[in-house]
Design a protein around this ligand. Structure first.
Ligand code: ZN
Length: 201
C-alpha cells in the first residue's frame, strides 16, 4: 500500500477502493489524525451514508472489521468527520485533520431480552462486547470490540499517513468533541496506536 497523489493505492494485491463522497471541502492542513467509530456494523452502510449529500458527513477512510479499506475523500481535501470540535487553540478540526472511521457498533446497552444492542437496537453477539468505562463517563457500559485485523489495518495505514503528512498527534473524536461524542471509545487502544503509528516509545 502506498499514497499516490493523495490517494491510497494497493500493492501486491492489497485491495483499496475509492468511493467518492460528495461531502468535502477544498482545503485541509492535516496535522492531526482523528479516529472514529461508525456506530454501525457494516462498511457498506457507512459508505453509502457518506455518499449521501444529505448526510453532510464523510471521512477520508472507512475501515471494515476485516481490515478492508475504502477511501472516500482524497487526503488533500477536507472531509466532514469531526463537526463542532476543538483542540488547543484550534477550532473546527476537519480543517486540520485526516479522519478515519472504524466500523464498530459503539456503545451498547442491554435490551429487554438481555442482549447487547447499539443505539439502533442492532444486536451485537455477547462474545464481541466488553464492559468498560469511557474516560468522560462515570458508569460502565457495553462496547463493541475492535477485531485485531481492523486495528492492524488502521495501524498500517496510520503509519503510512504519518510518513506522508507528518502528524503532530493522533486524537479520538471524544478528545476534540468531549461531551458530544464518545467515539472511538474505551476499547480502541489509542495509546499503543499512537505510539506505533507516530513511532514514539
Ligand atoms: Zn466520530
Amino acid at each position: 500500500m502506498k499514497i499516490s497523489n493523495h490517494l491510497l493505492v494497493g500493492e501486491n494485491g492489497e485491495a483499496v477502493s475509492f468511493v467518492k463522497s460528495p461531502n468535502y471541502s477544498s482545503n485541509v492542513s492535516p496535522i492531526y489524525l482523528i479516529m472514529h467509530y461508525t456506530a454501525g456494523t457494516s462498511a457498506s452502510g457507512a459508505v453509502s451514508w457518506f455518499q449521501n449529500p444529505g448526510a453532510q458527513a464523510s471521512a477520508h477512510l472507512v475501515i471494515d472489521r476485516d481490515g478492508t479499506i475504502v477511501q472516500m475523500v482524497p487526503f488533500n481535501r477536507r472531509a466532514w468527520h469531526a463537526g463542532k470540535s476543538k483542540w488547543g487553540n484550534l477550532e473546527g478540526m476537519n480543517q486540520y485533520s485526516i479522519g478515519i472511521e472504524l466500523v464498530n457498533a459503539g456503545k451498547l446497552r442491554k435490551n429487554s431480552s438481555g442482549q447487547w444492542v447499539n443505539w439502533s437496537s442492532k444486536v451485537i453477539p455477547s462474545a464481541d462486547a466488553t464492559v468498560a468505562k469511557h474516560k468522560d463517563e462515570s458508569a460502565e457500559a457495553g462496547w463493541h470490540e475492535y477485531p485485531e485485523a481492523q486495528i492492524e489495518a488502521a495501524t498500517k495505514v496510520g503509519a503510512l499517513l504519518h510518513k506522508t503528512y507528518n502528524f503532530t498527534d493522533i486524537l479520538g473524536h471524544d478528545d476534540v468533541s468531549p461531551g458530544r461524542k464518545v467515539d472511538p471509545g474505551p476499547l480502541f487502544p489509542i495509546n499503543s496506536f499512537r505510539s506505533i503509528v507516530l513511532g514514539r516509545a
